[in-house]
Write a protein that binds this ligand. Structure first.
Ligand SMILES: [Zn+2]
Ligand SMILES: [Zn+2]
Length: 284
């Protein structure tokens, strides 16, 4: 297995429309481990499209409890179960995920109970042990280690950037965050920084299109996400070897092209820049 990051879903935010990319999920293949980070809508099909049997996942990490990062976790686990999952797949997520998982299991109880009794399947509930992720987490999965950094994503407090290290390589995933000075040290000299990014002129257009009467959505986006220019500056200060822009806002505006993202970032970062696209595989 080659060490690589695959951006399965690169869109910021939960809504999809004709022509848009899909909400967030990232496949990490590193040091012999296969990890899914975030489980936004579309992650299950995207994993199989990337050639990953669902039963091959070693862990799922959820960065925070905004729906564009975990809406499809239940369907993913249920589908992995029907695909033959027999050993527990650990889930690491901020406090509160258990409510979602218990609710999902309850909503599907008829199907799950039927399949256990009728098809002899193991108990789904026991196949997805949930562990709380916080800013002291230090996970070891074989030769892969994962550490966290609490980022700044108001109003959500439990929102984390992740650093995955193994096989002499380091990849840092920013999660959803406003520009965070601590990210520079956290991502120092990483082989790849996957950072969320927005283009400010495009954000206003999104909000206008939604037609809301107040400006809360605009304020939320601006105070809790990172302008592309800032993501590039952080990458430069951290001297990372490559930067991938992800969780793109806007993601479904045909007038916003790769050129616009490069135009915003190239003046501030001298390394390799990847503009995220669903299914983009970046070798480490
Ligand atoms: Zn998000
Ligand atoms: Zn978010």
């Amino acid at each position: 297995m080659t060490d690589a990051i695959t951006l399965l879903g690169t869109k910021g935010g939960p809504a999809i429309r004709p022509g848009s990319s899909m909400p967030t999920s990232i496949l990490v293949q590193l040091a012999g481990k296969t990890i899914l980070v975030d489980a936004g809508l579309g992650c299950t099909a995207a994993l199989t499209r990337a050639g990953i049997p669902l039963t091959d996942l070693d862990a799922v990490l959820i960065t925070h409890l905004h729906s564009d990062h975990y809406l499809e976790l239940g369907p993913l686990l249920h589908t992995a179960w029907t695909a033959g999952l027999k050993t527990p797949l650990p889930i690491h997520a901020p406090e509160g995920l258990d409510t979602y998982w218990q609710g999902f299991l309850a909503s599907m109880a008829f199907d799950i109970d039927t399949r256990i009794a009728d098809e002899g399947r193991p108990d789904l509930a026991s196949l997805a042990p949930i562990h709380v992720l916080d800013d002291t987490s230090h996970l070891r999965l074989g030769d892969l280690t994962v550490t966290t950094l609490r980022n700044h994503h108001p109003p959500i407090k439990d929102s984390f950037a992740l650093k995955l290290t193994g096989a002499d390589k380091t990849v840092v995933l920013s999660g959803d965050t406003a520009p965070l000075p601590e990210m520079v040290d956290f991502a120092r000299d990483a082989d790849l920084l996957v950072h969320e990014a927005m283009l400010i002129p495009g954000v206003q257009k999104i909000v206008d299109r939604m037609g809301y009467k107040d400006d809360r959505l605009l304020k939320h986006i601006l105070r809790s996400h990172t302008p592309a220019e800032e993501a590039a500056r952080i990458a430069q200060q951290a001297t990372v070897k490559a930067l991938a822009l992800n969780h793109l806002i806007p993601a479904d505006d045909p007038e916003v092209t790769e050129k616009d993202w490069l135009h915003a970032t190239e003046p501030h970062y001298s390394g390799k820049i990847h503009i995220g696209r669903d299914g983009m595989k970046i070798p480490l």
